[in-house]
Design a binder for this molecule. Structure first.
Ligand code: AMP
Length: 279
């Protein structure tokens, strides 16, 4: 899931992950978690995030790898906000072929308004907007009762910088996925439900067999399960396809190198060393 900052990637990816039982991996959330935990990588990352720049690839990829190892999903994942530059896209290609790249498009000026009105839950990461999607009680998360806050990087000055970063570094990635026929643009104006419907339409256009899952009632959300530690000799768990062949199950099912996501191997490698860098 790609798109400019505050296009609604997080909200939309979260709904899609719930519907299709996919693991939602948002690099922005992972970085914010690390920063809040005060780890040294998290502290370094925050310095870049606070200026509207991208966090160095090694930090993002290291944290993403850690998250993938500590969580299990039988059905695949949605990457939200990754890859964000060409180098990350190359490293991701070493690990997996993405099934589909969805790019949410929103007018530049609307993005600034959306970002500055956005409020996030400190506790569970749920996203609100003071005007368009307010919580029932001011400053309190509807889902978990946690406090809502304005992200440090959602000030007008920083959001403008983030938009420039997007133009310079992420647009080329989007153009690349478009050139290889993997990309679908979805117009991100309108309500959360409207945009979700457009995303589901794009998914069904790609995989008509997902029609029932896409338009049926939303399944009840299952908690994310932490993977128990495994001895390194134990074979990795095989992912279990659920929606039929060709369905959007990125990751475990199709990644190169034959490892499941619960394995202890390295997920991303250096470009140009395909197949030899998964140890
Ligand atoms: P997001 O929550 O996706 O808007 O991301 C917030 C910030 O986290 C971005 O402005 C970047 O500083 C950083 N970030 C998120 N994902 C990435 C990524 N894939 N590569 C580098 N930096 C990232």
């Amino acid at each position: 899931m790609l798109g400019p900052p505050s296009a609604g990637k997080g909200t939309q990816a979260s709904l899609l992950s719930q519907r299709f039982d996919l693991l939602h991996l948002a690099t922005g959330d992972i970085l914010r978690e690390a920063a809040a935990a005060g780890s040294s990588l998290g502290k370094k990352a925050k310095k870049f995030m606070d200026t509207g720049a991208l966090v160095p690839d090694a930090i993002v990829i290291g944290l993403l790898e850690g998250k993938m190892k500590s969580t299990q999903s039988q059905t695949g994942f949605i990457l939200d906000g990754f890859p964000r530059n060409v180098e990350q896209a190359k490293q991701l290609e070493e690990f997996t072929d993405l099934d589909l790249v969805l790019c949410i498009e929103v007018d530049f000026n609307r993005l600034v308004e959306r970002a500055t009105g956005r409020r996030s839950c400190k506790n569970c990461g749920a996203i609100y907007h003071v005007m368009h999607n307010p919580p029932k009680q001011l400053g309190i998360c509807d889902k978990c009762g946690g406090p809502l806050y304005l992200r440090d990087d959602d000030s007008e000055e920083i959001i403008r910088k983030r938009l420039r970063t997007y133009e310079d570094q992420t647009k080329p990635v989007i153009q690349y996925y478009e050139s290889i026929g993997k990309l679908k643009y979805v117009e991100g104006e309108g309500s959360i439900e409207d945009v979700q419907k457009k995303l589901l339409d794009a998914i069904v256009e790609q995989w008509p067999q997902l029609k029932d899952a896409a338009y049926g009632p939303m399944p009840v959300k299952k908690p994310v399960v932490s993977a128990p530690p495994k001895p390194s000799s134990q074979p990795s768990q095989q992912p279990k396809p659920q929606h039929g062949q060709g369905a959007p199950h990125g990751g475990g099912r199709r990644h190169r190198g034959g490892r499941g996501r619960g394995s202890r191997g390295r997920y991303f490698g250096k470009p140009g060393s395909k197949g030899s860098n998964k140890q």
